[in-house]
Design a protein around this ligand. Sequence first.
Ligand code: SAH
Ligand code: SF4
Length: 371
Amino acid sequence: MSAAPLNLYDLTREQLRALLVRWGFASVHTGLLWNYLYLGLADSFTDDAMPDLPPKLRARLQADARLGLLPVALATDSADGFTRKYLLRLDDAERIETVLMRFTGRVTACLSSQVGCAMGCVFCATGQMGYTRHLTPGEIVAQAVHVARALKVGRTVPGEPRLGGDASPYPASNPHRLRNIVLMGMGEPLHNYDAVMQAIDILRDEAGLALGGERITLSTVGVVPGILRLAAERRPLHLAVSLHAATQAERAALVPAARKWPLDELMAACRTYSETTGRRIFYEWTLIDGQNDTPDHARAVGALLRGLPAQVNLIPLNPTSGYAGAPTPSAAARAFQKILADEFRLPSTVRQRRGIDIAAGCGQLAVAASA
Ligand code: SAH
Ligand code: SF4
């Protein structure tokens, strides 16, 4: 049985170089091919798409490799005009969500890391679906490529530099360039650690999508060994931890994974992470009416995070069919924020509920589309 053809999006630039050398081609072609993949955002190995590549290399790629672009099964625009949600189809016909968000002229892509999720958070549409499989590095990278291609096709910038030169065709001043990545789509990224880190290495590459430095945020439900490994490896990314409750009992009722990684172990890991990396952590808190949004809950999270470099991201619940809770009204969300600020000097944001009309909550489009 022949192996599935190699997906070029699975490879770092160094691995691509090694592949070309193994195939008997000069390694100097690596840079050009990488440009076609991540600056030109080519959709095939044809003469048209990759004109300057040696014909023999193009033929070898056509025979033994593929570009794992993901076809769109469904695309939905939010009425606010700032959010576009894609349901992308994988080779095995599974579907994942990728979201393009345009805030203050900056484009952020929200990527999935798994088909479904094993963590079972009660209010989350992906959790309600259960776990199907991990995504490959190439399937994660292809989501970012998809968003970058969507931006490129949809723009008409006069005098745009052409592909192939030294300069990136996506200068930092261009608001249509893909600027940021959040790993907050379907799945738990630290449950698929190796594939996610490989994908991040590819996305960060300066000669490619160049989403390095401060541009990638990974959100975790609180996989303690994964957080400690991120710290030990000093991975350059922003970390967000989904807290939702400040006591073990309340948290375990919302987040079953808390039984495996209890709150005290999670907070110890977060402390280690911040001490090792010098980085602040974002703590996410889905605000559920009457469940975790009272002044007492605000004081409990303030006390829990005392002394830690922290910012709290408050997310009013997006209702899902599998959970009866309702979102916290905005007055109560503001009161929660005020307690964190006044009594604990803890900065916080209330995430705007962008895209709620297109079910842009975690996993909801996939659920809606399969219903
Ligand atoms: N698995 C990771 C990342 C994906 S979810 C994690 O759980 O952190 C990204 C964020 O959206 C998490 O904080 C998650 O708890 C939150 N979330 C999930 N479903 C939601 C819903 N229905 N309403 C509001 N926030 C939700
Ligand atoms: Fe998984 Fe995150 Fe949803 Fe929990 S909130 S079920 S960890 S995707």
